[in-house]
Design a protein around this ligand. Structure first.
Ligand code: MRU
Length: 371
């Protein structure tokens, strides 16, 4: 959809949520502000929010208005750019101090998706290594770096989609979990990008979508994206996946990732691990699609990945309505870790890799620079 200036920033959708041109511009830099789609309102409304406050950005990440590993990373980078353009600092040293404060603050929003820390570290490095420039030049440089991260994300979405689509055959029936689509990235998505590309290549596919309790990213976001792309989509409750696999209905599973450890273990939305166990038992190939910005080679195994635990009311309630006794204890981890041996392959922008042979991933400048 197009947004005309700042006047038309909300599009109310019909009850199917259809009629939106994909991919949507989930997060971008517009007129010195961060423009993002508030994903908590989907699939009822596409509302673009213009954000010019770091506190508001922190809350938007925490509340999942902006969500999905690559999109959170982009939000972090744009947050640093925002601090830079708003800063009154007239020396690079003073600016660097503000950048560092912002990096520390945004890093406290969500712990699991490594893209956030990757992007914040990259922005801080950029500032530090150019601290002899006049303050205004350094500000411009930080905006340029953040928009470059967006461009790189777009390019890697397309590359992952091309590599991954080779794994899909005509008439494949695919299962996905959570949302690894355009809403989680700057462009085409990771796991969903592969499906969009397969469709564009003329393959006829069917997709089953786990609703993804507690926050229903599958039902609210993935089903919405797939339908708007014209893909044959069926929504299921998370506990129905086993019965589909037992009936031999699912050919392949594609999911995204929030952090990939050096040994190939993958953190992704809670429920991913159980799908991978089911897939192994039923001999269904299980693919993870993730850009290199989601790889954390400083972490040896998935056991070291910090797993976010969220509020009890996300489980006790559904859309603000309590569905359980008020005082019942709740366990609410937002992610789980799938061990590498359960993963058939990891699709990156550099190609397709065996999860247990990640040392073969071409160590790009990105990965080296992160160390
Ligand atoms: O809590 P969320 O909605 O941010 O979790 C998102 C996921 O788990 C996605 O699968 C992951 O970030 C990959 S997105 C390309």
């Amino acid at each position: 959809m197009s947004v005309q200036g700042d006047r038309r920033k909300t599009q109310y959708l019909n009850e199917n949520g259809l009629g939106v041109k994909m991919p949507v511009e989930t997060i971008s830099w517009k007129n010195g502000k961060i423009r993002y789609i508030d994903q908590t309102l989907l699939p009822h409304k596409v509302k673009f929010v213009d954000c010019s406050s770091i506190k508001k950005l922190w809350t938007a990440i925490k509340r999942l208005e902006i969500r999905g590993a690559p999109a959170i990373g982009i939000a972090g980078a744009l947050g640093v750019a925002l601090v830079a353009v708003k800063s009154k600092a007239n020396t690079p040293k003073a600016l660097l101090k503000e950048v560092r404060k912002c990096v520390k603050y945004l890093a406290s929003s969500r712990p699991t998706a490594v893209n956030l820390f990757w992007a914040l570290a990259r922005m801080e490095r950029r500032a530090r290594s150019n601290d002899s420039l006049p303050a205004q030049d350094l500000k411009n440089l930080l905006v340029a770096e953040a928009t470059e991260i967006i461009d790189e994300d777009k390019a890697s979405c397309r590359a992952m989609a091309r590599h991954g689509a080779k794994l899909i055959k005509n008439y494949d029936v695919i299962l996905t979990h959570c949302n690894a689509g355009g809403l989680a990235t700057a462009d085409y998505g990771t796991a969903l990008g592969v499906l969009f590309e397969a469709k564009r290549e003329g393959k006829r596919i069917k997709v089953y979508v786990d609703e993804t309790r507690p926050l229903l990213q599958g039902a609210r976001l993935t089903a919405w994206e797939l339908l708007n792309e014209g893909i044959d989509t069926t929504l299921i409750c998370d506990n129905m996946a086993a019965s589909l696999m037992a009936k031999g209905i699912i050919d392949k599973i594609f999911v995204g990732a929030d952090r990939v450890a050096f040994n190939g273990d993958v953190a992704n939305k809670i429920g991913t691990y159980s799908l991978a166990v089911l897939a192994k038992y039923h001999k269904v190939p299980f693919y993870v699609v993730a850009p290199l910005s989601t790889f954390d080679f400083n972490i040896k195994t998935g056991r070291e990945i910090p797993i976010e635990e969220r509020s009890a009311d996300e489980v006790r309630c559904v859309f603000g309505k309590r569905v359980a006794p008020r005082n019942v204890k709740v366990y609410n981890p937002a992610f789980d870790v799938t061990p590498a041996p359960l993963i058939t392959a990891i699709i990156t922008e550099k190609g397709i890799f065996q999860p247990t042979r990640l040392e073969l991933v071409n160590k790009t400048d990105e990965i080296k620079r992160r160390r």
